[in-house]
Design a protein around this ligand. Structure first.
Ligand SMILES: Cc1cc2nc3c(=O)[nH]c(=O)nc-3n(C[C@H](O)[C@H](O)[C@H](O)COP(=O)(O)O)c2cc1C
Length: 346
């Protein structure tokens, strides 16, 4: 059955795909191209010795990127989740599902999420809910896909941009409670507006397992929600609001937090993954670009793209003299004036 909630999920999917396809994602602040890699001193190193793996949550991730939270909650999105999970399984990368709140309200939608576990029985799968969900819901979402971790989105910008979005945000105490009681590691995440130093410090105090700073320059929920608001009910314009992913990474450095950071937002290539790791991300993920690739080229096409990134990563790391992903943090880089300007203000 098509509920307004399921309908919203379908609209998010089709609008995000269209905006990526037409290259209409907005440019907000400095992007990955504002970081240039400096040729590094020679090292005794072979590509075959390079390990693009990451240790996080007491796990080894073979690859430093995963498919970020997008969908579930309708028949159409179930097929997308099945395809994404198949790609994740075949390429050995992790994957997050979209917000499961729709399935907590309507159990008929649960299989549009649990399909990912069916398709990928042994993979690292990440559940997803909003920051207002109590621990009982978190446990139910984790159980629904037998998740290895859960993301809780702090999507203030998206809610404000959404005509029918929430207008009251009492999240902090709940986040603290969920982090203390969750059966799996909790990642607090933005959805594309980025995070500044003060927000990062505040969230780090809650001691989540990781923070995903979900920066701008990729999928824009300001744009998506504006397009959905056909009656022009919402008087707000957030199209230029937010910090880009590279800015958010420098904000995390300035904040001096010891929480592990995940970079998402506008990641379109293995080069963007490398730059994010250089700037301090432990892990990275990509949503809209992978979605658009899936829609344009099908499951085989997305799989090919993921394998291309996997082929490129050890080559880029060797170029930068980095045997491990942690070594990338030491790689020298140049920042554009724009990016230096943002950095000075953090
Ligand atoms: C179609 C679509 C649906 C999304 N739904 C969710 C969601 O339910 N929960 C969530 O935490 N993030 C959601 N996101 C946000 C992504 O996880 C990610 O943070 C954001 O798109 C920025 O990454 P990108 O520029 O690589 O797309 C969604 C993104 C897209 C494209």
């Amino acid at each position: 059955m098509q509920t307004p909630h399921s309908n919203r999920k379908n609209e998010h999917l089709s609008l995000a795909t269209k905006l990526w396809r037409d290259q209409q994602t907005p440019v907000i602040g400095p992007s990955f191209d504002d970081v240039r890699w400096l040729p590094s001193p020679l090292k005794d190193l072979a590509v075959s010795e390079v390990h693009p793996s990451v240790q996080l949550f007491d796990q080894t991730f073979d690859w430093p990127f995963y498919i970020e939270a997008m969908t579930g909650g309708s028949e159409a999105t179930k097929r997308v989740n099945a395809d994404l999970a198949t790609v994740a399984r075949n390429t050995g990368i992790a994957m997050a599902v979209g917000s499961q709140s729709v399935a907590l309200k309507d159990s008929q939608q649960a299989d549009s999420f649990s399909v990912v576990r069916k398709k990928n029985p042994d993979g690292f799968l990440i559940a997803n809910l909003g920051a207002d969900h109590p621990i009982e819901n978190v446990k139910a979402a984790v159980a629904m896909i037998d998740a290895n971790a859960i993301e809780l989105h702090v999507n203030l910008g998206q809610e404000i941009a959404m005509a029918e979005g929430d207008r009251a945000f009492y999240w902090l105490d709940n986040l603290a409670d969920v982090i203390a009681k969750s059966p799996v590691p909790v990642i607090i995440k933005e959805v594309g507006f980025g995070m500044g130093p003060d927000l990062l410090k505040q969230l780090a105090e809650l001691k989540p397992a990781a923070i995903n700073l979900g920066g701008a320059n990729g999928t824009s929920f300001a744009q998506i929600e504006q397009a959905r608001d056909r009656q022009k009910e919402n008087p707000i314009d957030l199209s230029a609001f937010g910090l880009s992913t590279v800015e958010s990474l420098l904000a995390a450095e300035a904040a001096g937090i010891d929480t592990q950071v995940i970079a998402t937002g506008g990641i379109r290539s293995a080069k963007d993954v490398v730059t994010s790791l250089m700037l301090g991300a432990k892990l990275t993920s990509s949503a809209g670009y992978f979605l658009q690739t899936l829609m344009a080229k099908g499951q085989a096409g997305l799989e090919e793209e993921v394998r291309l990134w996997q082929q490129q990563l050890p080559l880029y790391m060797t170029l930068l003299g980095a045997k491990t992903t942690a070594d990338l943090k030491k790689a020298k880089r140049l920042y554009s004036l724009d990016l230096q300007n943002s950095q000075k203000q953090f």
